[in-house]
Design a binder for this molecule. Structure first.
Ligand code: YH5
Length: 271
């Protein structure tokens, strides 16, 4: 799963080109589309489009801003590429609009906890990824270190098990669900590595596991590397996740991640 961040700061040359009389909005869409094309050429089968930054400390966006950022990019990808489009959102309105415009997966870091989100999904045929997060993006990492997980693995497991049950009760079929332990979301580096080590536990739920470790602090912390130097570490962590049964990997670096997937497939099927 390749990542497209539809947040203004991720297309940073927009402002400069605008001065020359170019439409920066169209430029952002073109840029997102060429990124998506490259990721599909590298082997991505999902493109995750998000308009709300959920990085630690990020500020909230309005629903309208999110729609304005995400929907045109989804439309452009749908018109040009044969790939499963994932919309990274917690807003029921954005979920509905994204699905109406061709998204087949909703990636919700809040696991459908926003009022109306469950209803938006049960009224659709789209799939949904339920992710675990402790706290909220603006403050989750401030509290992570003193956070009182008795056992981080058991608590994340119980949370996902209950969200899965709730979705099933509300008419979202099992075959439409994905689960994700939410690396970096209200967790210390130690919590993240324990979750990675025990990831196989989550296959008990018999729902495909999606993971995202790409360029995150858990990689930066142990390698001492800046965000743009974390590829090797991210691929190493990904390999452990694949060996423990992860089925979908959310990444900024599709080509290298595909190599890890191929190596893992060969390793798993060796006899
Ligand atoms: C995820 O794990 N993550 S957004 C901080 C970074 C680098 C990357 C400090 N959405 C996930 O990618 N959706 C995000 O450097 C996600 N699973 C799912 N399902 C955070 C992110 C990032 C944060």
């Amino acid at each position: 799963m390749g990542i497209i961040n539809a947040t203004p700061d991720s297309f940073s040359d927009g402002a400069e080109l605008q001065k020359l009389g170019t439409n920066s909005f169209q430029l952002d869409i073109d840029k997102a589309l060429s990124r998506a094309e490259a990721m599909v050429a590298d082997g991505a089968t999902f493109i995750d489009v998000g308009g709300e930054s959920t990085r630690p400390g990020a500020v909230a966006v309005t629903e309208q801003e999110e729609l304005d950022r995400v929907i045109p990019i989804i439309e452009a990808i749908r018109a040009r590429l044969d790939v499963c489009i994932s919309a990274d959102t917690s807003s029921p309105t954005v979920m509905r609009e994204a699905i109406n415009n061709g998204a087949e997966l909703i990636n919700d870091v809040r696991a459908l906890s926003t009022p109306g989100a469950i209803e938006a999904m049960s009224a659709s045929k789209a799939a949904v990824c339920l992710m675990h997060m402790q706290g909220k993006p603006s403050t989750m990492q401030e509290n992570a270190s003193q956070s009182s997980y008795k056992s981080v693995v058991e608590e994340v497991f119980e949370f996902l098990r209950m969200r899965v049950e709730h979705c099933l009760d509300q008419g979202i079929e099992r075959s439409r669900l994905l689960i994700d332990p939410g690396f970096g979301f209200g967790k210390t580096v130690q919590h993240n590595y324990l979750l990675l080590k025990k990831l196989a536990r989550f296959s008990e739920l018999e729902i495909p596991i999606l993971i995202g470790v790409s360029r995150k602090s858990m990689i930066g912390d142990v390698t001492g590397r800046a965000i743009d130097q974390r590829l090797a570490g991210s691929v190493a962590a990904t390999t452990f996740a694949l060996a423990s049964g992860a089925k979908i990997v959310r990444t900024h670096d599709v080509a290298a991640t595909m190599d890890a997937i191929r190596v893992n497939s060969a390793y798993s099927s060796a006899e």
